[in-house]
Write a protein that binds this ligand. Structure first.
Ligand SMILES: [Zn+2]
Length: 388
């Protein structure tokens, strides 16, 4: 049984705006009550002084591979535990452990490990499931995905992956006819499908949307760009209301001006901030391994020897700050791209993703620079800065 908390002296960010001098009560891992001004007299609660900081719903990272020397593809409980603890320090209360393109055996091992870890719920951010990025991608837009293992969606293999029951998001290249059945199958199972590492034309993307595709993976990166006579994958992403666009807001993968374009085209409800962080996140500059290959981390960028970007060292607290700086939009709006929209994309918005009575007590306290001071996952403190 977790303790119940009364967080007070906070600025609450709710779907209807900012509540200064706010307070919030957690009970049995949920948000039980909230308000502003004078504190009601609650019995048997632990008082938590927010010191005037801002209380947000926890961030949800739907696309993250690793951190602090660990990677989803390590397929060990320790790797996921290290990742969960690190993400919680940066305001993440839930994430999808994301696989890389690899052999059937290695992807299966990673998925089985995620399924087991989900049952044991490690300390830190909650593991909400798996994101299968590849292997059904286009080698022409492979990026750092291991092209040796890229393939079309074989029915027997893909169904075996899905039957493990842990995949909530599946990223594929929608321009291949052989991948179309998988879009329909995912929709049937309630799994979100995203266009990734793709050379899809505008028309091919619109067809995929008709089949049920609703997301684009690290939008602008590893996809057909916008041309005024061939709008490409990006053109379809920006103009299709059905599509929610992931973006890596690290100022390396995407220029701040392009974040402004994205925001202008989609509005905040069409954007999902992701980290796409890899093993080198939270680590000093140096060389790290990515499957059998080596990547170099320098000045926050992760690159293969040929210069190709290979994921990021971004954390979602920085992504929120960068997106605010790029768009000039206020935190009272931008939080949606890091909390509510990813919750929606996973079909979890009834349970989490915003500060509303009845939802899970997945909460964070941040200062004016979006530095995280406290992270609460399901009503339990998962991280506290300068914890005595
Ligand atoms: Zn990718």
């Amino acid at each position: 049984m977790s303790a119940d908390f009364l967080i007070y002296n906070a600025q609450l960010i709710t779907p209807t705006g900012r509540l200064p001098h706010g307070w919030l009560l957690t009970r049995d891992a949920r948000i039980a009550a909230l308000g502003a001004g004078e504190l009601p007299d609650f019995e048997m609660v632990e008082m938590l002084d927010a010191d005037g900081q801002t209380l947000l719903p926890g961030f949800i990272d739907v696309h993250v591979h690793g951190a602090v020397g660990a990677d989803t593809m390590d397929a060990t409980p320790e790797a996921l535990q290290q990742m969960a603890a690190f993400y919680a320090q940066h305001g993440v209360t839930g994430f999808l452990a994301t696989t890389w393109t690899d052999s059937r055996e290695r992807i299966t091992a990673a998925l089985m490990n995620i399924a087991a870890a989900q049952r044991h719920s490690p300390n830190g951010a909650a593991i909400l499931g798996a994101h299968l990025e590849g292997p059904y991608l286009n080698p022409a837009k492979g990026g750092a995905q291991n092209t040796e293992h890229l393939r079309r969606a074989d029915r027997e293999e893909a169904l075996a992956f899905l039957d493990i029951g842990v995949i909530r998001l599946l990223a594929l290249a929608p321009e291949y006819d052989e991948n179309h059945w998988l879009i329909r199958e995912c929709v049937r199972r309630g799994i979100t499908v995203s266009a990734a590492h793709t050379a899809a034309t505008y028309t091919e993307m619109r067809h995929a949307v008709d089949l049920g595709l609703t997301q684009t993976t690290h939008t602008f990166n590893a996809m057909t760009g916008l041309h005024h006579r061939e709008p490409g994958t990006v053109g379809a992403a920006l103009t299709s209301p059905e599509i929610c666009c992931e973006v890596i807001a690290d100022n390396i993968h995407v220029h701040p001006a392009v974040m402004q374009v994205l925001y202008a085209a989609k509005g905040i409800d069409g954007v999902i901030l992701i980290s796409d962080a890899v093993r080198g996140a939270g680590m000093p500059d140096g060389d790290y391994h990515l499957d059998a290959r080596t990547v170099t981390v320098r000045d926050g960028a992760v690159r293969l020897p040929d210069g190709t970007l290979a994921g990021s060292t971004l954390t979602l607290d920085r992504a929120v700050a960068n997106f605010i700086a790029a768009t000039g939009a206020p935190l009272t709006e931008i939080w949606r791209a890091a909390s509510l929209n990813p919750a929606r994309a996973l079909g979890l918005a009834a349970q989490t993703g915003s500060i509303e009575i009845g939802k899970a007590a997945d909460l964070i306290l941040v200062d004016d620079n979006i530095n995280v001071h406290l992270t609460m996952v399901g009503g339990q403190i998962a991280f506290r800065r300068n914890m005595a």
